[in-house]
Design a protein around this ligand. Structure first.
Ligand code: IPE
Ligand code: IPE
Ligand code: MG
Length: 247
C-alpha cells in the first residue's frame, strides 16, 4: 500500500494534470448504464482534490469533458452537463472549507446555459481561496486552445501591441488558457488507455506520464500517492545527459 509518508514533500510536482477515464467501462462491468459510472466518478474527484491539497500540490487540472465528447449519445452528454451543475453547486462549501479555488478552461460559453452559470458562480464564490487551484477542463481541446491563442496573438500583432520578431515561447504561452499556471510536471490517466486525447498538448512537452490500470471511479488517494512516488523516482533530463543532471 502506498502511503502519504512515502511521498517526499520537498519534491512535489506543483501541477498535476489528470485524464479521468473509464467511467463507462466501470459501470458496464457492474451491469449499469454509463451515467452510473459518471455519478460514481464524482467521489474520486473529491478524493484527488482533498488529498492533493493536503499534500501541498498547488494546481490540479482535471479533464472533465473534451470537445470531442459532444459526439457521445445525447442522453449521456445531458447527464454529464447536469452532473456538472449539481456537483459544482454541492461542492462549493467544501471547497471554501478546504481553501480550494475553482477554475475552468475550455470553450466555456458553448456549454449549456445552466452549466456555464453554475461554473461561473463556483469560480466567483471560491476566488479568494489560495491553498490549491482546481481547474476543470470543460469543452476543452488542446488544438482549439492553441488556435485560439494564435488568433488572439495575431490580433495583438495587427494592433501593434506585439512585434512579430519578439514572439517567443514565453509570449505565446501567455495566450493559452493556462497562462497563470506552471506546466504540469505529472499527468495521470486512469482506465489503462495510453494516449493524450487532445489534452494540454503545449503544456505537456516535458510532463511525466503515469498510466493507471484502474477505472476512474475506483481512484483513491493511495493511487495519487503511488503516482507521485513513481514520479519522484524518475530522472527528468530535459534533453541533457544523466551525468549532467546528477552533478
Ligand atoms: C471518462 O470516462 C469521463 C468522460 C470522458 C466524460 P468515459 O466516459 O470515457 O469512460 P470509458 O472510457 O468509456 O470507459
Ligand atoms: C478523454 O477521455 C476526455 C476526458 C476524460 C474528459 P475519452 O474517453 O473521451 O478519450 P478517448 O476517446 O478514449 O481518447
Ligand atoms: Mg473514455
Amino acid at each position: 500500500m502506498n502511503s502519504e509518508s512515502q511521498v517526499d514533500k520537498t519534491r512535489l510536482p506543483r501541477h498535476i494534470a489528470v485524464i479521468m477515464d473509464g467511467n463507462g467501462r466501470w459501470a458496464k462491468a457492474k451491469g449499469q448504464p454509463r451515467v452510473f459510472g459518471h455519478k460514481n466518478g464524482v467521489k474520486a474527484v473529491r478524493e484527488i482534490s482533498e488529498a492533493s491539497a493536503e499534500l501541498g500540490i498547488e494546481y490540479v487540472t482535471l479533464y472533465a469533458f473534451s470537445t470531442e465528447n459532444w459526439n457521445r449519445p445525447k442522453l449521456e452528454v445531458n447527464a454529464l452537463m447536469t452532473l456538472l451543475v449539481e456537483t459544482v453547486r454541492r461542492e462549493i462549501a467544501t471547497m471554501n472549507k478546504n481553501n480550494i479555488r475553482l477554475n475552468a478552461i475550455g470553450e466555456l460559453d458553448k456549454l449549456p446555459g445552466k452549466s456555464f452559470k453554475a461554473l461561473l458562480d463556483g469560480i466567483e464564490e471560491t476566488k479568494n481561496n489560495s491553498r490549491m487551484t482546481l481547474t476543470l477542463a470543460l469543452n476543452y481541446s488542446a488544438r482549439w486552445e492553441i488556435v485560439e491563442a494564435a488568433k488572439r496573438l495575431s490580433k495583438d500583432v495587427k494592433d501593434e501591441k506585439v512585434q512579430t520578431e519578439n514572439i517567443n515561447e514565453e509570449i505565446f504561452s501567455q495566450y493559452l488558457s493556462t497562462h497563470n499556471m506552471p506546466d504540469p510536471e505529472l499527468m495521470i490517466r486512469t482506465s489503462g488507455e495510453q494516449r493524450i486525447s487532445n489534452y494540454l498538448l503545449w503544456q505537456m512537452a516535458y510532463t511525466e506520464f503515469c498510466f493507471l490500470d484502474i477505472f476512474w471511479p475506483d481512484f483513491t488517494r493511495e493511487h495519487l500517492y503511488k503516482a507521485i512516488i513513481d514520479f519522484q523516482s524518475r530522472e527528468r533530463r530535459f534533453g541533457k545527459t544523466s551525468e549532467q543532471i546528477i552533478s
